[in-house]
Design a protein. Structure first.
Length: 124
């Protein structure tokens, strides 16, 4: 059993995006990865894709997610399933911070649309 206390989870990320690995291989997870992300108003994360399916569960705020060129708005309580190898981007068009969870298999890999692999510290 592993207990991970909130105050022990460092957040990092790109400007306007704060990401924390809650359940990752470095924290003892072996099958499922859970990432918490927060985005300030008018921020966006870079377009990217994964080699495995990911599930996004919106906790607070409103975001627009563009998946394979199709935009959808998520509100608290909404869940989005992003297929593997599908380029997507999250934008917060609102006037307050938004927060969500990302759930994917352990070892999920991250890539720029160009194919260059991204190795975020928080995912390890």
């Amino acid at each position: 059993m592993f207990v991970i206390r909130d105050q022990s989870i460092p957040a990092s990320g790109t400007p306007g995006n704060f990401t924390a690995g809650l359940a990752t291989p470095s924290r003892g997870a072996t099958q499922v990865s859970i990432i918490r992300q927060r985005q300030i108003p008018n921020a966006a994360n870079p377009p990217h894709r994964h080699d495995q399916e990911e599930v996004m569960v919106q906790l607070t705020g409103i975001v627009t997610v563009t998946v394979a060129g199709e935009a959808v708005t998520l509100a608290p309580g909404d869940t989005l399933i992003v297929p593997a190898e599908t380029v997507h981007q999250i934008v917060n068009p609102g006037d307050r911070a938004a927060e969500w969870l990302i759930v994917a298999p352990c070892g999920v890999r991250y890539f720029h649309p160009s194919g260059e692999e991204i190795l975020p510290e928080w995912a390890r």
